[in-house]
Design a protein around this ligand. Structure first.
Ligand SMILES: [Ca+2]
Ligand SMILES: [Ca+2]
Length: 207
């Protein structure tokens, strides 16, 4: 298999995939439909509500502000707006263009894992890792990519032969999202799928 076997973001809400656009969801809440409402008892819920504001969902500016204030980046440079946009589009399973509660929770746990991963490579805490360390990180996450693919990823996400934390996260987000798009269609897990042109663009342009 060419990609990790762990459950990706695409599997986080199986109910959602069964709901067509015309169907009325029970317990409708912005960004949180099709699932039982256990958000109220969740310690993150009020934090999410505060960040999301009136529309009940988190957009890229709200996300950037919240991640910066929460100090998720630690000693590293705070996330750029572009990386926040990528995070949202990657998790936007219900196509609202913004981040709902479950999507937000999923992001926070992924971010913590990626940060830990980055820190293990950035031993001198310079805020950057070497290209070959990005290779190792990608392999350590379970992706099996050939050297040419790894090279093109490194080229895309490095600046002056270094990879910054922000770009590293953008890379992880995109790799995971595109892998999920592919995997959802690769039902036989054969490592190849057929895409119609429109389908391909719809799946990849949004990310
Ligand atoms: Ca909002
Ligand atoms: Ca959403």
């Amino acid at each position: 298999m060419a990609y990790p076997g762990y459950g990706g973001f695409g599997n986080m809400n199986p109910h959602m995939q069964m709901m067509g656009p015309g169907m009325v969801a029970p317990n409708l809440q912005a960004g949180y439909f099709g699932q039982p409402q256990y958000a109220e008892g969740d310690p993150l819920w009020s934090y999410f509500r505060a960040v999301a504001g009136q529309d009940g969902e988190i957009d890229s500016e709200e996300l950037q502000r919240c991640l910066t204030q929460a100090g998720i980046h630690g000693t590293y440079t705070p996330f750029s707006l572009e990386t926040c946009r990528i995070m949202i589009s990657m998790l936007d399973m219900d196509h609202t263009g913004k981040m709902g509660f479950n999507e937000f929770k999923e992001l926070l746990s992924a971010l913590n894992a990626w940060k830990q991963n980055f820190c293990t490579f950035d031993r001198d805490r310079s805020g950057t890792v070497e290209p070959h360390e990005l290779n190792q990180a990608i392999l350590a996450m379970g992706y099996r990519l050939n050297p040419a693919t790894l090279n093109s990823i490194v080229k895309r996400y490095s600046k002056n032969a270094r990879i910054y934390f922000d770009d590293y996260v953008a890379c992880c987000v995109k790799l995971r999202a595109l892998t999920d798009v592919f995997r959802r269609r690769d039902t036989m897990q054969q490592g190849f799928v057929n895409f119609m042109y429109d389908d391909f663009l719809q799946s990849t342009m949004a990310i």
